[in-house]
Design a binder for this molecule. Structure first.
Ligand code: AVJ
Length: 321
């Protein structure tokens, strides 16, 4: 089991609270109002995120899957045989399957996720199709320091996998902190990581404001989740999805904007929203290839190879420790 000790038990994303209730109460009391994006991913939110990944405007998933397939042969050579693959976050399994299929004799798959249920599902789906792979889920919040169980016998090196530009949810200083922690866990191995790139703001805007409204539903599910789990009384038509790219901050911001002056009750406490006041729900930072490589180098990795698509929408990086 992962261990935590007080000194290292520091969150990297600035969220002090692990549980939704105390995090939302603290975030609604703060100015400006905010809540960590990790609370998007209940069962409803995870299903909505899977739909986002199939949207025509949301290029990251499509481009990253294509990069994994196109460069499978080169990845297999760089990563090497008999590795233990550690995934930060348990995804739908689509990306890790593509990677596992490229690698020679992968020994073990170690998904790390805060949600035990999500991990259990990811593990059992893979077990059926990869009977010779040791699957060893670890329940941990990878935004904080955590330990891994000893490597499986026969594994040559530990290789991390952090796809989807999830690193973009960290501010750059926090991303450096995460990479430093990953470098320590993956000593002697490497990290394969997907990073979304700075591009025409119109393309970023479209990716977070899809025409089917799935991203809006994903964002608003946070309020629905509060109503379901905390007995809150957020009115669905009282808030709107609001997402935009901030070129100077190099990030997409998602907010829920209050359409009227209103009071909301959450877990027995009352909060006021002015008209136009927002609850900030997510940051998604974008990088240039060179900026990301120097961030990784500062954190202790040796940036080896990277791949991008022809339009330079998205990048995949192989970093060694
Ligand atoms: C999973 C954090 C990479 O920032 O693009 C998608 C989440 N939010 N649409 C991203 C998300 C809105 C996604 N990450």
């Amino acid at each position: 089991a992962p261990t935590t000790d007080g000194a290292r038990d520091r969150p990297l994303d600035g969220a002090e609270d692990d549980d939704f209730r105390s995090a939302l109460l603290a975030g609604l009391a703060a100015t400006p109002k905010r809540v960590s994006c990790k609370f998007f991913y209940d069962a409803e939110g995870s299903a909505l995120f899977d739909r986002i990944c199939t949207l025509p405007e949301y290029y990251p998933t499509r481009v990253e899957l294509d990069l994994l397939e196109r460069h499978a042969g080169e990845l297999a050579v760089l990563i090497g045989p008999d590795v233990e693959l550690v995934e930060f976050g348990a995804g739908s399994g689509r990306k890790v399957r593509r990677l596992l299929d490229a690698l020679r004799r992968p020994r073990a798959y170690v998904p790390v996720d805060i949600s035990g249920e999500h991990l259990h599902q990811a593990a059992s789906r893979l077990r059926a199709d990869y009977p010779r792979l040791g699957i060893r889920p670890v329940v941990a919040d990878y935004t904080r320091a955590f330990d891994l169980p000893p490597s499986v016998s026969g594994a040559q090196r530990r290789v991390g996998f952090f796809p989807g530009s999830t690193i973009g949810n960290f501010a750059p200083e926090e991303a450096a902190g995460f990479l430093g922690m990953a470098a320590a866990l993956l000593d002697g191995g490497g990290l394969l990581i997907g990073v979304d790139l700075i591009k025409d703001p119109a393309l970023l805007h479209a990716a977070y404001n899809d025409s089917q409204g799935v991203t809006a539903a994903f964002n608003k599910n946070l309020l629905a989740r509060a109503n379901r789990e905390l007995g809150a009384d957020f009115a669905d038509d009282g808030f709107a999805h609001y997402a935009f790219y901030q070129p100077l901050a190099r990030r997409v911001e998602m907010h829920l904007v209050s359409l009227v002056a209103q009071r909301v009750r959450v877990a027995g406490r009352e909060f006021r929203f002015a008209t136009g006041e927002t609850l900030h729900t997510e940051n998604s930072y974008k990088y240039t290839v060179e900026e990301f490589r120097s961030l990784a180098a500062q954190a202790g990795f040796v940036p080896r190879r990277y791949w991008t698509d022809a339009a330079r929408l998205f990048s995949l990086h192989w970093l060694e420790v």
